[in-house]
Design a binder for this molecule. Structure first.
Ligand code: NAD
Length: 435
């Protein structure tokens, strides 16, 4: 059993800390956000993540999981400190490392015993070395037995607990193999492959993985647009491709493109790193451009179908960047809503979990309590996030409530034939139905 501290209790830190506690470790989760910690102390989850509440409660009760804003309490006696703070996009797309720096400096100020600092945040290649430098500089000659390990995180919001407990792999990078092996011991109960590398390679594995997944989505979206023009069905094309074992079927769903707190900033940051070091990331640039275009294309189709967007009422189903999360950071819905509002459309919207977050930034949008309220008086309904709740909608009721029965199925969720037979004008993505 190791004494662990997790710095940052967001989607990654909270899930990581809770899961390590569930594996029998003593974990202190630390955050500078007092509201977040006071919620956790009352047993209220600050994020929506399926299954999280129960496992937090179990470990708090067992005394293995503590929440605090007190750095001294959290890091002073920790053997292993995970940094899981945000690394948002900064100027020119480079990762903003101010929170990582703050965490590193706090460790430098408070720790005197041997410590392994594990970086879980997604950070530019070379940051592990930089963290060690920041700490040593801050110590100003006071000795510290320090090792830095990079342990990039691959969990997905919405299935984070499962992704942690059944990881495909754990990647650990360090210049000190013993330190990496000590961290590997924490993961031993998971019985998953552990890849130990040097620091920079581990950091690059994270960026390369996210960029590759984003590339697959942009690839299928480009194919979808060609399908749409040539009369092929991209859903079946993807199915046919995916049956090839060399290709596989994951991340081949055509739609409105990728968003969220990771892909946009990570692809941008990788492209920025590439340019900074004199290479030309042509593929990454195209992957980002295709993604932006996917939202514009939907707006174009809608404008054509409705003969203009000014003063039209558009209903939006789904605001979170993907189902099963309340996270709306860089969600496709925000960009689509922005583009529609720019053309004078009025927006009504509903999301099963993201309404609280949406209310903070979508000032002009009428936020509704359910899909039927959204449909009422709408000239078109756009499906943006494929929540389960939207799979079984009563389309008879929807049709009665709408001003015009126009549906833009941005995720190819619904059955085209059924909706057309019911009298809807239906547009999917890459399915040959043109306005
Ligand atoms: P988040 O914004 O949800 O959480 C970050 C937390 O860190 C916040 O609660 C913030 O208050 C806290 N924080 C900031 N500075 C701090 C400091 N100095 N000391 C203590 N706490 C501090 O972020 P997230 O989504 O959990 O992402 C964290 C990192 O993990 C990012 O680098 C991200 O790219 C990476 N990542 C995220 C995901 C994901 O699905 N969200 C997946 C893989 C990797």
């Amino acid at each position: 059993m190791s004494k662990i501290c997790v710095i940052g209790t967001g989607y990654v830190g909270l899930v990581t800390g809770t899961c390590f506690a569930d594996l029998g470790n003593s974990v202190t989760c630390l955050d500078v956000d007092e509201t977040r910690i006071s919620k956790l102390l009352k047993g209220i989850m600050p994020i929506y993540e399926p299954g999280l509440q129960e496992i937090v409660e179990r470990n708090v009760k067992a005394g293995r999981l503590i929440f605090t804003t007190d750095y001294v309490k959290a890091v002073k006696d920790a053997e292993i400190a995970f940094i899981a703070v945000g690394t948002p996009s900064g100027v020119d797309g480079e990762a903003d490392l101010q929170y990582v720096r703050q965490a590193a400096e706090s460790i430098a100020d408070l720790v005197d015993s041997k410590i392994i600092v594990v970086n879980k945040s997604t950070v530019p290649v070379g940051t592990g070395d930089w963290v060690a430098e920041v700490i040593q500089k801050r110590r100003n000659g006071r000795p510290l037995d320090l090792n830095v390990v990079s342990n990039p995180e691959f969990l997905r919001e919405g299935s984070a607990i499962n992704d942690f407990m059944q990881s495909d792999r754990v990647v650990l990078g360090s210049e000190n193999r013993t330190a990496a092996e000590k961290v590997a011991e924490l993961y031993a109960p998971l019985r998953c492959p552990v890849l130990i590398t040097d620091l920079r390679t581990a950091e690059m594995i994270k960026y390369a993985s996210n960029a590759f997944l984003a590339t697959r989505i942009s690839f299928i979206n480009e194919i979808a647009n060609v399908c749409e023009e040539l009369g092929a069905d991209v859903k079946v094309v993807a199915q046919g491709m995916g049956l090839d074992k060399r290709i596989g079927s994951a991340f081949l769903d055509a739609g409105l493109g990728w968003g969220g707190s990771c892909f946009p900033k990570d692809v941008k940051a990788l492209a920025h790193m590439a340019v900074l070091h004199g290479t030309h990331p042509q593929l990454l640039q195209a992957v980002m451009e295709i993604n932006r275009n996917q939202r514009r294309r939907l707006v174009y189709k809608l404008r054509k179908a409705l003969g203009g967007l000014n003063d039209r009422t558009i209903g939006v189903l789904g605001i979170s960047f993907k189902p099963n999360t309340d996270d709306i950071r860089e969600a496709p819905a925000l960009e689509v809503i922005h583009l529609l509002e720019n053309e004078g459309a009025k927006i009504k919207a509903y999301d099963p979990q993201a309404m609280e977050n949406a209310a903070q930034i979508l000032q002009k949008v009428k936020l509704c309590d359910n899909p039927y309220q959204v449909a009422e008086g709408s000239d078109a309904l756009i499906l943006i996030t494929e929540w389960n709740e939207f799979k079984q909608i009563d389309f008879n009721k929807i049709k009665e409530l709408m001003n015009q029965p126009v549906i833009m199925d941005g995720r190819n969720l619904w059955d085209e034939k059924t909706l057309k037979n019911m009298g809807f004008q239906y547009f999917g993505v890459g399915r040959a139905t043109k306005p």
